[in-house]
Ligand binder design. Sequence first.
Ligand code: HEC
Ligand code: HEC
Ligand code: HEC
Length: 93
Amino acid sequence: MKRYILSITLVMFAAGTALSADTINLPAKNGNVAFPHSKHMAIKQEKGCTACHETAKGGKIAGLGKDWAHKTCKGCHVAMGKGPTKCDECHKK
Ligand code: HEC
Ligand code: HEC
Ligand code: HEC
C-alpha cells in the first residue's frame, strides 16, 4: 500500500514539472490565463520570439498586462484566424 501511494506521488510530481516548464501562468483577477509557451515558440510566424519579446533572447516582458495582452495575444489570434479570441477561452476560473 505504501509503495502504491509513493508511485502515484511520483507520477503527479513528474506531470507537475512538465506543466511548469511549458506553460506560463499569467494571473488575472477574472481568471488566470494558462499560456502554452513552448507551443507558441513552435508556431511558424514572421517575427519569431519578437512577436512577444523585445529581443530574440526572450525573458520577462515589462509591459505585460491587460492592454498588452489583448493587443498582442488576441490581436495575433484574430490576424492568424487561430487561437482563442473569447474571454473564457483564455481566462479560466
Ligand atoms: C506568443 C508570445 C511569445 C512568443 C512568440 C515567445 N514568448 Fe517567451 N514568453 C512569453 C511570455 C508571455 C512570457 C512571460 C513573461 C513574463 O512573465 O514577464 C515569456 C517568457 C519567456 C522567458 C522567461 C521564462 C522565465 O522562466 O521567466 C524566456 C527565456 C523566453 N520567454 C524566451 C523565448 C524565446 C527564446 C522565444 C522564441 C524562440 C520566445 N520566448 C517566444 C511569450 C512569448
Ligand atoms: C488571447 C487570450 C485572452 C483573451 C481572448 C482575453 N484575455 Fe483578458 N487577459 C489576457 C491576458 C494574458 C491578460 C494579462 C494577465 C497578466 O497580466 O498576468 C489579461 C488581462 C485581463 C484583465 C485584467 C485582469 C487583472 O487582474 O488586472 C481583464 C479584466 C481582462 N483580461 C478581461 C477580459 C475580457 C472581458 C475578455 C473578453 C472580452 C478578455 N479578457 C479576453 C488574455 C486574454
Ligand atoms: C504571433 C501570433 C501569436 C501570439 C502573439 C499569441 N498567440 Fe496564442 N496562438 C497562436 C496560434 C497560431 C495558436 C493556435 C496554435 C495551434 O492550434 O496549433 C495559438 C493558440 C493559443 C492557445 C490555445 C492553445 C491550445 O493548446 O489550444 C492559447 C491558450 C493561447 N494561444 C494563448 C495566448 C496568449 C495568452 C498569448 C499572449 C501572451 C498568445 N497566445 C499570443 C498565435 C499567437
